[in-house]
Design a binder for this molecule. Structure first.
Ligand code: PLP
Length: 320
C-alpha cells in the first residue's frame, strides 16, 4: 500500500489510472451522476467512459454495472463515488468486480474526513483518490492511495523535488494534517503541471503559494474540521426544513459520517434556482451539482432514471 500526494482530486485520479497502465481505448465505468472534473483525466489518457445507473439514493445499480462490463472493451476499471462524504452501498459492486477482474477506483474526493462508526470511508477500492483541498478548504491538495495495485514499472509519476509544490505541503512543517496522511507507509509527491493547466483545476495564482489559507488549515486537526462540517450541515438542514425540503443522507450523519456539503433534491431546475436564492438570503451558499460532462448531457438512459429527472442542489459548508 502506498500513498502519493497530488495537488487535486483530478490529478489523483489521473495517477490512479496511470498506475493501472490502461491504454487508449480501455474502459472506465463511471456513475451517470457525476461532474465534468472526473472525466478530465479519462479524456486526457484517451480511455473510453461507459456510464452506469444509480438508484434514488445514489447506490450503483448492480444489474446495469454488469451490463456495462459485458459491453466494455479492453481492460476495465470502475469508479465508485462516496457522494458528499457519505458512503453509498458499494459492497455488491466490489464483490462483483473482484470476481470479474475489474479494478475498483473509489472516488473519495468528498469524503477524506468521513467514517461510519469505526469504518473510515475511502478504504474499499483497489485505488482510492481523495481531494484534501475540498475537505480542508485549502487551495490545493489531494492523494492517491494504491491499496491493492502496485505502480506499473516505468509509470511516469512526474516526481518533482522543487517547483510548484502544493501549498499545503509548504505549510506541512507546522501541520497536523500530515499525521493523518503519514499513517500510510510510503509517501511520494506527484506534480501534474501540464494536466492541471489543461484541466484548469487550480487557479494559477494559488499554485504553489504557501497561502494564508493553507497555513491556517495546516494547524487544524481533522477532528476540528469535521466538527465544523457537521455543525454546518445541521445549520443548513434546519434552513432547508423551514423551506419544506429534506436534506439527503442525514441518518449517516448520526453514524459518524462527515459531510462535504448538505445535498437536497427538488423537482425542477427552476425550483432549484428559487430555493438557492432563498438560501442565499439566509446567508447559505449553494449551487447545482453536478456540472454534467458533455458525454452525459444528451444521454437518454440518464433521463430515464428517476433520480436524474430531479435536480440536486448542495449547500456548501464553509467555516470561518
Ligand atoms: C466526485 C468528484 N470527484 C473528483 C473531483 C475532483 O477533485 P478536484 O477538484 O480536487 O480536482 C470532484 C470535484 O469537482 C468531484 O466532485
Amino acid at each position: 500500500m502506498e500513498v502519493i500526494l497530488t495537488r487535486s482530486g483530478r490529478s489523483a485520479l489521473l495517477l490512479g489510472l496511470k498506475a493501472l497502465n490502461f491504454g487508449v481505448g480501455d474502459t472506465v465505468l463511471i456513475p451517470n451522476y457525476i461532474c465534468n472534473a472526473v472525466l478530465q483525466p479519462i479524456r486526457h489518457l484517451g480511455l473510453s467512459p461507459r456510464f452506469y445507473r444509480l438508484d434514488s439514493q445514489l447506490n450503483p445499480c448492480l444489474e446495469d454495472v454488469k451490463e456495462q462490463v459485458s459491453l466494455a472493451n479492453g481492460n476495465t476499471g470502475i469508479i465508485v463515488v462516496n457522494y458528499f462524504g457519505f458512503r453509498q452501498n458499494i459492497a455488491p459492486v466490489l464483490d462483483y468486480a473482484k470476481r470479474c477482474n475489474v479494478t475498483v477506483i473509489e472516488d473519495n474526493c468528498h469524503g477524506h474526513l468521513s467514517a461510519l462508526g469505526n469504518d473510515e470511508i475511502g478504504n474499499a477500492g483497489d485505488i482510492v483518490v481523495s481531494s484534501l483541498r475540498k475537505s480542508y478548504l485549502i487551495p490545493d491538495g489531494g492523494y492517491t492511495l494504491l491499496r491493492s495495485v502496485s505502480l506499473a514499472s516505468g509509470t511516469d509519476l512526474n516526481l518533482e523535488v522543487d517547483g510548484n509544490w502544493p501549498s499545503y505541503l509548504s505549510a506541512l512543517a507546522k501541520s497536523r494534517i500530515k499525521t493523518e496522511i503519514r499513517k500510510y507507509p510510503r509517501l511520494e509527491i506527484a506534480i501534474e503541471n501540464s494536466f492541471e493547466k489543461e484541466a484548469s483545476c487550480i487557479p494559477p495564482l494559488m499554485m504553489g503559494t504557501a497561502s494564508f489559507l493553507a497555513s491556517r488549515a495546516a494547524k487544524r486537526t481533522g477532528h476540528f474540521t469535521a466538527q465544523k462540517r457537521i455543525q454546518g450541515y445541521k445549520k443548513a438542514a434546519a434552513h432547508l426544513r423551514k423551506l419544506g425540503y429534506e436534506p439527503m443522507f442525514e441518518a449517516q450523519l448520526l453514524q459518524g459520517a462527515v459531510p462535504y456539503a448538505c445535498p437536497f433534491q427538488v423537482e425542477s431546475s427552476q425550483e432549484l434556482v428559487q430555493v438557492l436564492k432563498l438560501l442565499r438570503g439566509r446567508g447559505m451558499r449553494g449551487h447545482i451539482w453536478p456540472t454534467l460532462p458533455l458525454e452525459l448531457r444528451n444521454d437518454k438512459r440518464r433521463e430515464e432514471a428517476l433520480l436524474l429527472r430531479r435536480r440536486t442542489g448542495i449547500i456548501l459548508l464553509g467555516h470561518k
